[in-house]
Design a protein around this ligand. Structure first.
Ligand SMILES: NC(=O)c1ccc[n+]([C@@H]2O[C@H](COP(=O)([O-])OP(=O)(O)OC[C@H]3O[C@@H](n4cnc5c(N)ncnc54)[C@H](OP(=O)(O)O)[C@@H]3O)[C@@H](O)[C@H]2O)c1
Length: 276
């Protein structure tokens, strides 16, 4: 019994040390961008928003942010299936749901794509247990096919493409998933050169699910990771994206947004909108 107690205490201490270590690391290394307090905002920069991955944990927060923003006049969600928020958005007329199966083919959608200003891309999957070729197809081929198709349509400007890639992404990393996503970030940025499109890779840490999908364990996790800027609420990630889009002259295409940067832009968004 005593041995068990010692073992449990040891595990607890180890857990605490790991959490403290992560937080110190996050506090020291994250955050390279500071939102300009006097930034010019283009209120029409997010007039038409398209959301990908809305049925997922991240995408649900992105969709919620777009739905709550009064500057967003039209929301399209490209999806294979419905979610409670998509049902709600569809029923209220706030969201136009487009059922879509092949995310490498947008040939039927050029008229819709031509009106889109901002894309919130939360489509993706875990690399754990997934065939590496399929992982690459989803995280490289899908976004590149979309950006190609979008760029072939003229119309709405400005335009911004926000891709949630995740912390640890980078072409120089050892993990294949990280290199694949890093390559996608680079290639869409290269495609945007000399055009009105700006692309952003969001190297988010833990994206906390929306309140509707959060329980005690989620809130506890949030509290534990907050000091090191290692968690962002999904809705705040969406707000950060909308804020970056609206600041049309602030960040160059290809800028990589880490978790702390996104927290800062979400705070700027909330200040501007008067949200607590
Ligand atoms: N969750 C986090 O804390 C976090 C942090 C940093 C980065 N990210 C990244 O964000 C992305 C989304 O993560 P998540 O946690 O939201 O995952 P999730 O809850 O599993 O949601 C994945 C979303 O992507 C869609 N999707 C997946 N495979 C697809 C395919 N082959 N074709 C069409 N749609 C597909 C899913 O649609 P269906 O519902 O139709 O399957 C769903 O909408 C991933 O790339 C992940 O690495 C997540």
């Amino acid at each position: 019994m005593k041995l068990l107690k010692i073992l449990l205490l040891g595990l607890l201490v180890l857990f605490a040390l790991v959490i403290i270590g992560f937080n110190v690391w996050g506090a020291v290394t994250l955050g390279s961008l500071t939102p300009d307090p006097d930034a010019q905002r283009d209120a029409s920069a997010n007039r038409v928003v398209m959301v990908f991955g809305a049925t997922g944990s991240v995408g649900d927060g992105l969709l919620k942010a777009a739905m709550e923003d009064e500057e967003v006049e039209q929301i399209y969600a490209l999806t294979r299936r419905m979610s409670p928020r998509l049902e709600q958005g569809k029923a209220s007329g706030r969201v136009t749901v487009i059922e879509h199966q092949d995310f490498t083919d947008y040939s039927e959608l050029s008229a819709t794509l031509s009106s889109v200003n901002t894309v919130l891309w939360g489509l993706g999957a875990s690399s754990i247990g997934m065939d590496p070729e399929l992982y690459r197809h989803i995280h490289v081929d899908f976004p590149i096919a979309f950006v190609e198709a979008w760029m072939e349509t003229s119309g709405a400007a400005p335009r911004a493409f926000h891709y949630v890639t995740g912390m640890g992404t980078g072409e120089g990393e050892s993990a294949r998933w990280a290199r694949d996503k890093g390559e996608a970030e680079r290639r869409v940025a290269e495609m945007s050169r000399g055009t009105p499109l700006r692309t952003f890779g969001h190297r988010s840490a833990w994206v906390r699910p929306t309140d509707e999908n959060a329980g005690v364990a989620i809130y506890l996790g949030e509290a534990l990771l907050k000091p090191g800027h290692l968690v962002i609420r999904g809705i705040d990630l969406g707000r950060a994206m909308l804020e970056i889009s609206a600041r049309t002259d602030e960040l160059a295409s290809g800028t990589l947004i880490d978790n702390r940067d996104a927290i800062e832009y979400a705070a700027a968004y909330r200040r501007y909108k008067g949200i607590e």
